[in-house]
Ligand binder design. Structure first.
Ligand SMILES: O=C(O)CCC(=O)C(=O)O
Length: 343
């Protein structure tokens, strides 16, 4: 597949220039993150008839990068465009309207600065605004904790999001099967241990501002973080800004731009898979830098059922390399991480 590079090379250069400016401006954190480049992530074809080969590619991607692209993933381009358009429609509302759906139970609207993904960031919070949709309950049974924009104003919003969530879940489950095969486990491993029995799925719609105030010079759209759960499926509107840091302890850190590939989804590994695999797979640090242009993206977090106990897989430890983390319930880990991210 021909990798269509994002056209905004100039923006990438602006990003690099912004990094250099931060380096010159001198804070220790800025200096640690001053270097940047770009990365060619592996591309995995989900329609490949050679499952073993696809699983081996996924394994290698998870070991080396913690990030990869998938193609032929079954999520229609028209559906992605509809989600991005509905998302833009919501974020275009006046702030007072958006705040009527302010986040409760980790569902609903989060304004700019309310979330700080990197606790060490010197700014009050990240620049992005977002909207969370949790597992879809049944509104008739009143067990749907989600908040939805008014159907009068957004007649197809809810159905579009529900369809996207169902489709992304299906794709995510196929990726988890390849991950299981790549770990020499049964392809149905995650199903069999109950992790995908009412999984904890969260869809996060994201909007990053274009112009930012002088006081936000050097602030991030989304500051450095790893994802908390199993895997994340990401689509963007093609605007650059996403960067990964493969070696978080390197000084200075090397941040690499992740290119947009038209039609591909970006997949990354979260902390729980890193724990399951005893750090054989990487939950890679990533962030979104401000590029002077508005940006929309959609992250689908596919995390295990919250009662799933995540403990080192036998194939990932030995006497010489004992488990690095104690067993933990998925829900406890994720709740702890979420609570430390919000003011
Ligand atoms: O918007 C992006 O490209 C990345 C979003 C992200 O890292 C997140 O929501 O955790």
């Amino acid at each position: 597949m021909e990798a269509q590079r994002s056209p905004q090379l100039q923006l990438r250069h602006a990003t690099t220039a912004a990094n250099q400016q931060r380096f010159r401006s001198g804070s220790a954190a800025a200096q640690r993150s001053a270097m940047s480049g770009s990365v060619d992530l592996p591309v995995v074809d989900l329609a490949s008839s050679d499952l073993r080969a696809a699983a081996a590619s996924v394994r290698q991607a998870c070991v080396e990068h913690g990030f990869f692209y998938v193609t032929n993933h079954g999520v229609d381009r028209a559906l992605v465009e509809a989600v991005l358009a509905e998302s833009k429609g919501f974020f275009d509302l006046p702030m007072e309207e958006k705040l009527k759906l302010h986040r409760t139970n980790h569902r609903g609207y989060t304004p700019p600065y309310a979330e700080k993904l990197d606790a060490a960031s010197e700014f009050v919070g990240d620049l992005k605004e977002s909207f969370y949709i949790g597992p879809i309950g049944d509104s008739d049974l009143q067990n749907d904790l989600n908040q939805w924009p008014s159907e009068e104003r957004f007649p197809s919003w809810k159905e579009t999001m529900k369809l996207y969530i169902a489709t992304a879940l299906d794709t995510g489950e196929r990726i988890l099967s390849l991950i299981a095969l790549g770990l020499d486990l049964d392809a149905e491993f995650f199903h069999k241990i109950g992790a995908l029995d009412c999984p904890s799925t969260f869809l996060r719609l994201l909007h990053y501002p274009g112009e930012v105030n002088e006081s936000d010079s050097g602030n991030y759209g989304a500051s450095a973080h790893s994802d908390y759960g199993a895997i994340t499926l990401l689509v963007t509107d093609g605007t650059p800004g996403l960067q990964i840091c493969r070696e978080k302890d390197r000084d200075p850190q090397l941040w690499e731009d992740v290119h947009h590939i038209d039609g591909a989804l970006i997949v990354n590994i979260g902390d729980l898979l890193e724990r399951w695999t005893n750090c054989v797979f990487r939950s890679t640090l990533h962030r979104v830098v401000a590029v002077g242009k508005e940006r929309y993206s959609v992250a689908f977090f596919l995390d295990p059922n919250s009662d799933t106990v995540v403990e080192c897989l036998e194939s990932c430890c030995s006497e010489a390399d004992p488990p690095r983390f104690p067993p933990i319930k998925s829900g406890d880990y994720i709740t702890g991480r979420i609570n430390s991210t919000y003011k």
